[in-house]
Design a protein around this ligand. Structure first.
Ligand SMILES: [Fe+2]
Length: 276
């Protein structure tokens, strides 16, 4: 799977993978989860954050999803260790954007990335950006949380206008693109938008969003090669290793100001038509 052998392909950290068996649309069995861990390890990943989908507004009263995830992480780690696979699994969630996220966080109803207490993986709907999203991001930042927007390149409004992310980033949010989007697995437009986001500092991390050992695998090596061509190897390494590692440790992350993306208007085509 590793193409350019001159690149450093070790120590990657994946902050978004659906590896816990039976909790969402990711791994179905523990065997699937171990196969995913094996693939990740062979691609240079050393740590993963297990991020089952959770919509906190849909949790039934008294439902202890948090405890279920922590138990599943411990159990999976034991199995991975017994198989001799060198991967550390940490707890987390991919949390649906919903009103009142701070309240869910402060009362421990949802898990921040790696239990660091600071970074929170948040998923936007695919078609829209809810009207309350900006206020939620501001609120989280005001309470010391740093939202990480999951795969914005797959959101229809971001696809229409990548600059729509800038107010979120200026409020303190980070964003990650999917490795599969950079590889074209989500289609041409998400691939183009993922490239734009990385080039313009509108996204800062690459994560796998892996769901299985077959169709949506948990690898970062190929995406790292692509990102190295787009932004240079040093910046790409920050996106797959240094920044995600700092996030799992709850350390501060420093990123550049986002640049405004300006779409190419191709005006010269019209001028040529007028003149022809
Ligand atoms: Fe996901």
């Amino acid at each position: 799977m590793i193409g350019d052998s001159s690149l450093s392909m070790e120590g990657f950290v994946d902050i978004h993978v659906h590896i816990l068996p039976g909790l969402d649309d990711g791994a179905r069995t523990k065997g699937d989860a171990i196969a995913m861990a094996d693939i990740a390890a062979k691609c240079g990943i050393r740590e993963v954050v297990a991020t089952p989908h959770v919509d906190p507004s849909c949790l039934p009263p008294g439902c202890s999803q948090v405890e279920a995830i922590r138990r599943a992480v411990d159990s999976l780690q034991e199995s991975i260790d017994s198989c001799g696979i060198s991967i550390q699994v940490m707890p987390g969630m991919e949390i649906a954007m919903t009103p009142g996220l701070v309240a869910y966080l402060t009362r421990g109803a949802v898990i921040p990335v790696s239990d660091s207490g600071k970074y929170v993986l948040v998923e936007l709907p695919f078609q829209t950006i809810p009207s309350y999203a900006e206020e939620e991001i501001f609120n989280m930042a005001a309470h010391g949380y740093i939202p990480i927007i999951a795969h914005p390149e797959r959101n229809a409004e971001v696809i229409r206008n990548p600059n729509i992310l800038i107010p979120f980033l200026n409020a303190g949010a980070l964003a990650h693109v999917n490795a599969g989007s950079l590889m074209g697995r989500a289609g041409q437009r998400p691939q183009e938008i993922a490239e734009i986001l990385l080039r313009h500092g509108l996204a800062h991390i690459i994560a796998s969003d892996g769901h299985s050992a077959t169709s949506r695998q948990p690898g970062l090596d190929r995406a790292f090669e692509i990102a190295s061509r787009l932004v240079g190897e040093d910046k790409a390494l920050r996106m797959v290793r240094d920044i995600p590692l700092a996030i799992t440790l709850g350390e501060d992350v420093h990123v550049n100001e986002p640049e405004v993306y300006q779409a190419c208007r191709k005006w010269w085509r019209f001028r040529r038509k007028e003149g022809s």
